[in-house]
Structure formats: C-alpha cells, structure tokens
Design a protein around this ligand. Structure first.
Ligand SMILES: [Zn+2]
Length: 275
C-alpha cells in the first residue's frame, strides 16, 4: 500500500506452564467508513467478521472492508490453529460526505426508459456475478496505485443530485484526464469482465484481486485487455473516455469487497504531483 496506516498487533500467549501456544494477529488499514483493512494471522486460522466466515489465504492474510455507511463497530473473531481465539471490536470512524450536483446529463440517463431499465438490469446481473466470486489468489498484497493521473473531480461517497434529482451516492473516485490518457491496473489481478457498452458505465473493465476484492474502470474510450488475462499493478488496460453516463472524459475507478463499495483513494493514498 502506498500509504501505511497504523498497524495493530495483538500477541496472545497461553500462560499455562509448559504450553508454548500463541496466537498472532495484525491489522493494517484505516478503520474508517470506505476503508479496507488487511489482516494477517497464522496460516490455518479461521476468521469471522460479524459472525460471517471470511477467506484466509495460505499465508494467513484476510480482508475486512467498511462500507460507505458502515456501522460504528465490527466484530472480529480469529480462531487460531491451536484452538485459542482472539475477539476484537473494531471501531469504525464516521465520515461526512459532501453533496455533488451534476447538471447537463441527458435526461434519459437520469430517468431511464423501461427499455433502458431492461439493459441496466442485464448489466447489473453481469456485475453482480463477478462481485460474488471469492477467488483464492491474494493478488491484493501487491498494493495499490492510481490507475490514471489527473485532478480528482468526484470523491467517494458524495451525495449526488443529477439534473436536480437525488440519486445513489457516488461509489468510486473520478479522475479527470483527457480522452486517450492511459488507464492502468490498480493492483495485480485477473481481468474478470470486459464490456463494450454498459448503460451507465460505457466501456467497462473489472479486475479480480482475490478474496472478493474487485476494481472497476469505467467510461473508457478503449479496452486493451481480455477476460481472464492476468495483469500486474500498472499494466495498461485501456484509455480514458466519455462512454456511458458522463458529462466529459474522466476515469471512474471503483473498488468493492463483494457487494461493499470501498474508497479507492484510501487504498492508493495521495496522488504524486497532482492535487
Ligand atoms: Zn464516478
């Protein structure tokens, strides 16, 4: 990760005489709405978040994501291979999200016709199919980098008023860059979906980074990768465009852990040379 957040380590020792069993747990990431925490424990440990079992890699790595409106506390339980367990309550910091008004969108894109709604439903089904994958690769350990360079024209979580009508909050970050600028993979992974023309998102690429963590790149002018292709952090995957619901060329970059949207800017940290 470009930015290092506080690392919490908990080492538990069993004080029974002659027993050397110990459980370890470290949590790296911001405990804040929209944040992703990378946890590390022993290989073979079992991890439960709010009672739900999550994947632990062969190396003992697991993910915890806090959504835009995540509640104030998340329960974490780690059952160590020696049978001991660690329970923690993670306090999640609240954020205030600004309002963003965007006018001048074609009305059809703000209030879609019944015909368009059918297309949107089909697009959403494809996206949901990819979001439900739980692959065992831990590619996210490559860390994250900004996929495009330019001023941030829309932040994560903002409350959106489109053509004067309230719509869903913004679920990614927008990087303003000229049409044709390079778009690169934010982290190592496998291309999970390419689509030439989704209703809202236009030319779209999704990359699977493992354990349910996905990145999505939207409104592109050109797509340079194919489904199933392995990419490294920084591999060119397309170019910035203005396809789908947009008023001008930019890259919309989204991150999600299964269905939960995360703030990509927290993963990549400050963009060098731009702000
Ligand atoms: Zn956007």
């Amino acid at each position: 990760m470009a930015r290092r957040w506080g690392v919490l380590s908990v080492f538990l020792a069993c004080w029974l005489p002659g027993v050397a069993a110990a459980g370890s747990l470290s949590l790296d990431g911001p405990w804040i709405q929209g944040g992703l925490v990378i946890g590390t424990t022993e290989p073979g440990a079992k991890v439960f978040i709010d009672g739900r079992s999550v994947r632990v890699s062969a190396g003992g790595v697991f993910l915890i994501g806090f959504g835009r409106d995540s509640k104030a506390a998340t329960r974490l339980r780690v059952v160590h291979p020696d049978g001991s367990s660690t329970d923690k309550s993670l306090s999640v910091a609240r954020r205030d999200y600004p309002e963003q008004r965007i006018d001048g969108l074609p009305d059809r894109q703000v209030t879609p016709s019944p015909e368009d709604l059918k297309r949107i439903k089909a697009d959403n089904a494809k996206i949901a199919g990819v979001r439900s994958r739980d692959s065992d690769r831990a590619d996210f350990t490559s860390g994250f980098a900004w996929p495009a360079q330019g001023p941030i024209s829309g932040g994560f979580g903002s409350r959106r008023i489109l053509n004067g009508r309230p719509r869903r909050p913004h679920n990614g970050v927008d990087v303003a860059a000229p049409r044709g600028s390079a778009v690169a993979a934010a982290a190592d992974g496998v291309v999970a979906l390419t689509h030439p023309d989704m209703f809202f998102t236009g030319k779209t690429v999704m990359i699977d980074h493992g354990h349910g963590l996905l990145s999505v790149y939207v409104h592109m002018d050109d797509i340079l990768v194919a489904d199933g292709q392995r990419v490294k952090k920084g591999t060119p995957i397309g170019t910035v465009g203005k396809t789908g619901r947009v008023t001008g060329p930019h890259l919309h970059w989204g991150m999600s852990l299964f269905g939960t949207h995360l703030d990509p800017a927290l993963l990549a940290g400050p963009m060098e040379g731009v702000r």
